[in-house]
Design a binder for this molecule. Structure first.
Ligand code: SIN
Length: 455
């Protein structure tokens, strides 16, 4: 690992946490746990004091620094990917792709922030009404381990671009990627108090960030359970929140679909990052007359798949219990080796099973049978989640009709690559609030101010 990239000067808090490689358990680092310490208060005060000056810069000045940040990230792509691979287990190929994806949010946000336009309203009783957009203030960004780089830039780049100061709290499992990304931000010219990192106990730090009156916005990616807790904690200070939470994505395959393409899409969506992706297809709803053929195709595509380990032993135990308790027919996989879990396909899964209703977050593809379009829509919507959904059909009218009826924030028709810096990412129902990416993601960090001018 490139030592310079992960060098840091965090305060000595007297307590450490360990970072280990999930593939082999090797100790990678010991880092100070700032949870429950005076350093968190100090960090918030720093961000608050730096806000006025950062806000006063033009979007062009901020963009210049942000472009340098993304250039530096891309120049260190291989090294950051190696760090990510070591601490999260993510395959090198996927780690490199993630670093590129992470970098893409920065120039996009830097340029879009220049277009944070307001409005002029012709008034009835005054000369003019002006609607102006202003940065919301200090932002807390709590990020997950499954995308250790991209979720940092997806949150912090738009916030920094519009003039907010940011405190980022990466997870304890993958802080080294965060340190590298942060170090390059500082090297690019982001002032230290404008972009800060805090490490350690998520509960204690989350609570302190949510309780602070000085923080005006929380952006969180993680489980629905934790998202609800954080929202409760944010209520006392009426913070604006963006929540990117759990999913239970349906993947609907109609009998008129190109089955070869549908099976490839199914395997790439389900097994991306070993199934540890919020938008991974989680339930494969397949029309009954092509069910067996589709099952054979996906099983064939699972052979020789190279998978990353799951993040820890607890994750392996959870996935294994879901598979074993389902009592569905095991077509392949179903075994673990350390933190690795085989690509697994289950047939004859039903809506009554726990594995159908839970976000699996592991490499298990569950096949469910349906007869009619109406039944497929009903099954797809029968979940409290609403993040992503996928439809495979040869009839685009049907694809469009079903896309409009399913209650999900993102829908792929005959495709699974649905996330990008320039498109809105977020969910309906218990999958979250707000959007990241596109101009919607910029809006999340802005306040709307109305100014009325007398005649
Ligand atoms: C996620 O689902 O956790 C993020 C995936 C993405 O941005 O594509």
């Amino acid at each position: 690992m490139n030592k310079k990239l992960i060098a840091h000067k965090f305060p000595d808090t007297g307590k450490d946490f360990e970072v280990r490689n999930p593939a082999n358990g090797k100790l990678l680092a010991k880092l100070p746990d700032m949870g429950g310490t005076k350093f968190i208060t100090q960090t918030i005060d720093n961000a608050d004091s730096a806000f006025a000056e950062w806000k006063a810069k033009t979007a062009w000045e901020r963009a210049e620094i942000l472009h340098k940040w993304s250039d530096l990230i891309l120049a260190h792509k291989q090294e950051i990917a190696k760090i990510m691979h070591s601490e999260s287990g993510k395959l090198m190929s996927e780690s490199i792709a993630e670093v590129e994806y992470a970098a893409s949010f920065i120039p996009w946000s830097a340029e879009e922030a220049k277009r944070s336009y307001g409005e002029i309203i012709p008034m009835r009783n005054a000369a003019r009404g002006i609607v102006a957009k202003e940065p919301i203030g200090v932002v807390a960004a709590i990020t997950p381990w499954n995308f250790p780089a991209a979720m940092i830039t997806r949150k912090t780049a738009p916030a920094l671009a519009v003039g907010c100061t940011v405190i980022c709290k990466p997870p304890q499992a993958t802080p080294l990627t965060a340190i590298a990304i942060h170090n390059l931000g500082l090297q690019a010219g982001l002032p230290e108090a404008v972009f800060q990192l805090v490490l350690g106990d998520s509960g204690a730090i989350g609570e302190a960030l949510c309780a602070s009156k000085k923080i005006r916005k929380l952006s969180f990616t993680g489980s629905t359970e934790i998202g609800k807790k954080l929202m409760e904690q944010c209520a006392s200070t009426m913070k604006k929140v963006t929540m990117e939470l759990g999913g239970n994505a349906p993947f609907i395959v109609f009998d008129d679909a190109n089955l070869e393409k549908a099976a490839s899409g199914a395997v790439s969506s389900r097994f991306r990052n070993s199934g540890q992706t919020c938008i991974c297809a989680n339930r494969f709803l397949v029309q009954e007359n092509i069910y067996d053929e589709f099952a054979k195709l996906v099983v064939r595509k699972c052979k020789n798949l190279e998978l990353a380990p799951l993040i820890n032993e607890k994750a392996v135990q959870k996935v294994d219990a879901l598979v074993k308790n389902s009592k569905a027919d095991l077509l392949c996989g179903g075994k673990s080796n350390g933190n690795f879990y085989e690509p697994t396909v289950l047939k004859n899964v039903t809506a009554k099973m726990e594995i159908y209703n839970e976000e699996i977050f592991g490499p298990v593809l569950t096949l469910v049978k349906f007869k009619t379009e109406a039944e497929a829509v009903k099954l797809a919507n029968g979940t409290p989640y609403g993040l992503a959904g996928y439809i495979y059909t040869g009839d685009l009218q049907k694809g469009w009709r079903v896309a409009e009826q399913i209650e999900f924030g993102m829908v792929g028709i005959n495709e699974t690559a649905i996330s990008a810096a320039h498109s809105p990412f977020g969910g309906y129902k218990e999958s979250g609030i707000g959007r990241e990416g596109a101009h919607y993601g910029i809006e999340e960090y802005l306040e709307t101010k109305f100014i009325s001018i007398a005649k």
